[in-house]
Design a binder for this molecule. Structure first.
Ligand code: URA
Length: 287
């Protein structure tokens, strides 16, 4: 990304518009984070940990390593910049399993502080549509418009999704829509594997509670996360897969191309159209 040269334009408004267009539209955190301190902490912690490990395994007690003695005390932890860890994923699994209704699940997610994305997002983007629908669609993560409205797929790709649904005779009153990640990643960056693992129990439980007859995975991240595969979406799409719920229900799942991808690659819309028609045929056969 190359920003316009301010010396030759001095158009600050234009520069802001440029950044907004590029997805740089908000500060990442209310509090400044000293990344150098974090790096120093990691460097300082390494020799201490190494010294502790060698002390623990040494047959006779050795003098502490010079590096450990001269290391400055570690910096205090940064509370708002917590790195997602297995404990948070375990908590997410526990909260998700305890939710016996979609309302309870929404409340559990709203109260969950274990995913750092929550702290830069404006809203929890839980779902839109009809929770009793036979068709559920799952995307990747909310974008800017979705974050502002607190609803999935309301921006440009959402408008295309609405047209795709209409093409098979459905709309948001006959389909249920959610995302793997319920908080917008800052600047629309790709969610990290850690973030995805932490959020996974919530979307899995959401699918289990909605219990749709057919699932459509919108894009590779949704397909890979919910169908436990590493295959690329261009190979996956158009072929029926199964999403297994924790309680053992097998839900037919059709991976297809993400509407945002289709906006960039309109020639592939015909492929997604075929996938939606397949889903419609499956819904009819299961009705
Ligand atoms: N892309 C997604 O994957 N989900 C949304 O809600 C919006 C855009």
């Amino acid at each position: 990304m190359t920003a316009p040269n301010l010396d030759h334009g001095a158009d600050l408004y234009g520069l802001l518009a440029f950044y907004a267009e590029a997805g740089v539209d908000e500060a990442l955190s209310d509090e400044p984070i000293d990344r150098f301190a974090e790096a120093r902490q990691a460097v300082n912690a390494a020799p201490i940990a190494a010294a502790q490990a060698s002390e623990a395994t040494a047959p006779t007690r050795a003098a502490p390593a010079p590096a450990a003695r001269s290391a400055p005390p570690p910096m205090p932890a940064q509370p708002s910049a917590s790195v997602p860890d297995e404990a948070q994923a375990a908590l997410a699994r526990q909260l998700a399993a305890q939710a016996s209704t979609l309302d309870e699940l929404r409340q559990a997610m709203a109260g969950f502080d274990g995913c750092n994305l929550k702290f830069t997002a404006k809203n929890l983007v839980f779902a839109d549509g009809n929770p009793n629908a036979a068709l559920m669609l799952v995307g990747e993560a909310p974008g800017r418009d979705e974050d502002l409205e607190g609803l999935p797929f309301v921006g440009r790709s959402g408008q295309l999704l609405d047209r795709m649904l209409k093409a098979i005779g459905l709309d948001r009153s006959s389909a249920y829509i959610a995302n793997v990640i319920p908080w917008r990643p800052p600047g629309n960056r790709t969610p990290t594997p850690h973030e995805t693992e932490i959020c996974r129990p919530f979307i899995e439980r959401q699918i289990e509670l909605v219990n749709p007859k057919v699932l459509i995975n919108l894009g590779g991240p949704s397909a890979k996360t919910l169908l436990n595969t590493t295959e690329g979406i261009l190979r996956l799409r158009g072929n029926w897969r199964v999403h297994m719920t924790a309680s053992g229900t097998a839900i037919p799942a059709m991976p297809t191309l993400h509407p945002a991808y289709l906006l960039r690659t309109p020639a592939h819309k015909r492929l997604a159209w075929r996938d939606f028609v397949e889903a419609k045929i499956k819904l009819r056969s299961l009705a």
